[in-house]
Design a protein around this ligand. Sequence first.
Ligand code: CO
Length: 134
Amino acid sequence: METLGIHHLGVAVADLDEAIETYRRLFGAELEHRDVVPDQGVEAASLRAGGSRVELLAPTADDSPVGKFLARRGPGMHHVAYEVADIRAALAELAAAGAELTDAEPRQGLFGLQVAFVHPDSVHGVLTEVVSRV
Ligand code: CO
């Protein structure tokens, strides 16, 4: 699979407002988008830091994926997202290469992106997301 680069790093946080303020204060990051996604049990903020992007994820329910992650591991790095030009082609190539896909098909992600996740067992423990803008 060919990537255009890292689209964002996903970070699980307990308090979204506090985390946004931390990234602003420490790294001069600027808020790009902020959204609540009820069916994913998450409130998310996309921040630009120079030419890079950080996605902060706060759970809106304890039994959501991010809520469970926080309960199990505490706040911290959650996933790495790679941007691709064609997400369906990327998923086909990943599957052919033996990667375990959490999402066999692209789905609507945050902020209008098409996304799919690759299981961390296939990427040395790192939950990995592929993202396309279309
Ligand atoms: Co993400």
